[in-house]
Ligand binder design. Structure first.
Ligand code: FES
Ligand code: FE2
Length: 341
């Protein structure tokens, strides 16, 4: 089950520079493109004539032309041209269109009731404060549920194990970290603080004097984004208000379901202190590929498994809150969409 009334990242803006993009989102085949005026559009990727993927066609004067028998659709999904029909277009000749919006470096898509698609609900990232910071972004396709990717990001006790060669740090530092979890109107957020902690391999390039105070602030915004603010300063200086001078990173994680057991993981980093890369340190994509590998294996183990047999531990606190929040939202949406008797 997915939350339908919500904005999901469908593509990065430069994905669309190369033409039509075919992408399955929430189990629905979708074609994304820019029309001749440069406006983004998303249509059902299944022609209403014989079901060919419109993504095998091309953009044209009014929108997009099917590459099979040449029906042309505008960006609202209405068929505007049928070859050989002398201008007669069957009334039912249309495909579903989806609201899209451009914000930040992404094209966002609304998969639910189009009348509820309010652009003000899209997360503001990168915001004004960090808009000039150097940024990088990438995407991974993961054969695991989008929910598992979100859950992975809400339980950072995995850093010291799964990412021990890069951003991990010492398991003890993580185990004794303070954890402050809060509900928000749009989800849940936490601040995990490790005082007097070891410097992870990837942070060595900041030349800390010794140990560090390290913080990880993560905010889940339904349906599928997590905003990250992480940093580290010399040990003893966090409590004196110091926040800059070392690792200082903002990340948008946007995880868009493809099917129940696969997803598109878009991640976008803005670096407040770009001091170059340690020769042996891992890139963000390499680190997230470690998550992807674990999640895909985990998904295989969990397919058909009774999830109620899994055991929660203290580090699951924010993860559990996220799952509860999202389930509640999905239930509310399903209930309000069901006919009443
Ligand atoms: S299937 Fe698209 S025009 Fe025939
Ligand atoms: Fe991870």
């Amino acid at each position: 089950m997915f939350l339908r009334n919500g904005w999901y990242v469908a593509a990065s803006l430069d994905d669309l520079d190369h033409g039509l993009v075919a992408r399955t989102i929430l189990n629905e085949p979708i074609v994304l493109f820019r029309d001749q005026l440069g406006k983004t559009a998303a249509l059902e990727d299944r022609c209403c004539h014989r079901g060919a993927p419109l993504s095998l066609g091309w953009t044209s004067e009014h929108g997009i032309t099917c590459g099979y028998h040449g029906l042309e659709f505008d960006s609202a999904g209405t068929c505007v041209q049928v070859p050989g029909s002398k201008g007669k277009i069957p009334e039912r000749a249309r495909v579903r269109s989806y609201p899209t919006s451009v914000k930040g470096d992404y094209v966002w898509i609304w998969m639910g009731d189009a009348g509820k698609a309010d652009e003000a609900l899209i997360v503001n990232y990168p915001n004004e404060a960090i808009r000039e910071w150097p940024r990088e972004y990438d995407r991974l396709h993961i054969k695991a549920s989008y929910l598992m990717v979100l859950e992975n990001l809400m339980d950072l006790s995995h850093l010291a194990y799964l990412h021990k060669g890069s951003i991990g740090g010492a398991p003890d530092d993580s185990a004794r970290a303070s954890m402050d979890v809060k509900s928000t109107p749009t989800g849940v957020k936490f601040l995990q603080l490790m005082r007097d902690a070891q410097v992870p391999k990837n942070y060595e390039r900041y030349n800390y004097q010794g140990k560090i105070d390290r913080w990880l602030e993560f905010e889940f915004v339904a349906p599928s984004c997590i905003l990250q603010y992480s940093g580290a300063v010399d040990a003893g200086t966090y409590d004196r208000g110091k926040r800059t001078g070392g690792h200082n990173l903002r990340v948008l994680h946007a995880i868009t379901p493809e099917t129940e057991t696969s997803c598109h993981y878009f991640f976008h980093t803005s670096n407040g202190n770009p001091v170059g890369k340690e020769p042996n340190s891992k890139s963000v994509t390499e680190i997230f590929a470690e998550d992807a590998h674990m999640l895909e294996q985990q998904q295989q183990r969990l397919d058909g498994h009774d999830l109620s047999k899994l055991v929660d531990i203290p580090s699951d606190i924010a993860r559990v809150q996220l799952v509860r929040f999202l389930n509640q939202k999905i239930q509310n949406e399903t209930r309000s969409a069901s006919p009443t008797i």
